[in-house]
Structures are given as structure tokens and as C-alpha cells.
Design a binder for this molecule. Sequence first.
Ligand SMILES: *Cc1c(COP(=O)(O)O)cnc(C)c1O
Length: 362
Amino acid sequence: MKYNRTYNFSAGPAMMPEPVLEEIAAEMLNYRGSGMCVMEMSHRSKVFQQIRDEAEADLRKLMGIPDNYKVLFVQGGGTVQFAMVAMNLMKNGLACYVETGAWSKKAIAEAKKYGEVKIVASSADKNFSYIPDCSNLDIPENADYVYICENETINGTTYFNLPDTKGKVLVSDQSSMFLSRPCDVSKYGLIWAGVQKNVGPAGMAVVIIREDLLQEDLPKFVPTYMSYKTHADNDSLYNTPNCWAIYCCGKVFKYLLAGGGLEAMNARNEEKAKILYDFLDSSKLFTGAVVKEDRSLMNVPFVTPSKEQDADVVAASKAAGFDNLKGHKSVGGLRASIYNAMPKEGVEALVEFLRKYEAEHS
Ligand SMILES: *Cc1c(COP(=O)(O)O)cnc(C)c1O
């Protein structure tokens, strides 16, 4: 490898495409004759406006975002969105949540501060190892929205079919699967994603919101910054945005477009995930933690028969030049996050390592 970079299996911040990092490095000291780095640039300058506008246009092209949706770049990462969604959309004070793991639980806890939460389906009974049946949910008539975490980063599950929301607005946290596969935006009222999982640097979320959901008359306690309308009315330039993250994400959008778009990403991601899942299915030492039908293509949690051995594998993987394979502290075991930017060679090398470990320890 040219730069002696490690295969980084972190759940986030995570790997970025090497060609994107090279471009950023080349533009670091003097962005295209502007005489400055993007980090030093006024967010009101023409040169930055173009960076912002191109990032939005490219994302719209990539996802096929309909004209009646706004694209917002909001600071605060993913966690701020847990509150922002509830503050902006709980008009009737009642929202339905599907509980599928750590991140939907956090969203539920936050939403409860602003209204009533009805959990309409849950996979808590089996340690969040599957996606519950969402084909006939009991959704109250006055519910404001139905919320899902479309890919549970820690638990390793993903939806291959969206819930039937019975006509209610669907809100989705796509943080750990954003741009990993095609997405029909028109099926959602709001999609949001913290960008540090599958796109760029930490500290920002992309929000895609249907225009009719932008509220004029929010409760007084809602800070100006926390209103989606503030960002929509100001092209995400109400205050100084995370210029650096917008710039880096914009580069990744262009990179994905040049690489064939989301269909092509999905094909690559399926191929990569299959290499790892096929190995886990054939292994006597390692076991995948999720039912086959709901397995994430992005986050792959797995275990050995004991905690001690899990820790031993993690230590051995570090020594072999891999990084961040330890499972989240709340679930233990191991986890390989294999987002868009993880090359196939990285997954093949990991499987080779696990295969060898198994042979040496049985
Ligand atoms: C990481 C993550 C978040 C939280 O993002 P932060 O930027 O750390 O606040 C929320 N939801 C999902 C699914 C995530 O993976």
C-alpha cells in the first residue's frame, strides 16, 4: 500500500476513499487559486458558496432527491438529530418508534423529552438480532411520524423492506448506511445521517426533509438553530456551518457519482459483505450475531465462544495490522464495519486473518 495505511474497521469516524484524501491534501494549502485552505475561508465567500452548492447538487443527483425536498447540512452530528426530529415534527405530541437497538433507543429516550413515544415494534426480546415485522403496525390516527434506525450500527441489522406507516410520515436515521445503496427518497418524510460513518469527517448531519414538514410555528423553547426551517430558509448558511465537512462530503459525492452511483456502490457492498458472511457461516469458531435476512452490509458483528477469546482475536488482529475490530462496549464481541470506502482487499485480508486464527486455535 502506497501510504502504509491500515485497514480501519471502525464504525465511525471511518475510512474515506483514498483518492478523495489525496485531492484534499493537494488542495490543502491553496484551494484552486483562492490563496487559502477551505478551513480558512469565509462561509459567505463566492468560492465557498460554490463548494456548498455543488455538494448539494451532487447529492441530489446521486440520490435522485425530488424537488420538493430540502437538503440541509446541520452541525452537531447524529445525536442532535434525535432532538431536532422530535422538536420539529411532534405537532400532535405523539410519535411511533421502532426499537431495533442502541441508536433507536437513544432516539426514543430523546423524543420522550418532547412528547409521547409509542414503541410500535421491538426486537429487544432477542438482543436486537433481527428487524421486527413492520407490515401491520398499530399506528394511532394522531401519530405525527414513524421513526426507524434503518441500519443499527452497533447491532448490525438493516431493513430490506421499509415499514408500512399507514400513511404517516416515515423518518429514518440512515447514518451508517447513507449512500451505501439506492434509496427512494419519496418514500420518506425525513432522512438524516451523521456523515462520519459513510461519507466524511465527524460533526455534521445531512438532513433531507420534505418541504411541507418545515414548520413555521414551533414551540417557543425550540432554539433558532434547532428549527429545520432556519436551515432551509438560509441554504444551511444561517450561521457559520461546518465548512470543512461540507467540502469533504462534496468530494465524496463526486467520487461516488464518478464510480457509477449508488447501484454500483450497492453491488460492491454486497460483494464485500458476502465474503465476510460466507466465512462466518462456514466457520466453527466465529458466529455472526444477526439473523441472515436482516444482516447489515455495513456493520458485521460476530463472536467467538468466549469473551476471553474475543479479546484475544482483537489483540491478534491489531498485531496483524488491522484496527478497530472490537465490538461496541454495550454488546462486546467483534465488529467489522465495512463501509463504502473499505476496499474489497481489506475484507479479503480480514477473512484470511480470521481463517488462519481459527486454524491455529482449533
Ligand atoms: C453514530 C450514529 C449516531 C450518532 O452520531 P454522532 O455524530 O456520534 O452523534 C446516530 N445514529 C446512528 C445509526 C449512528 O451510527
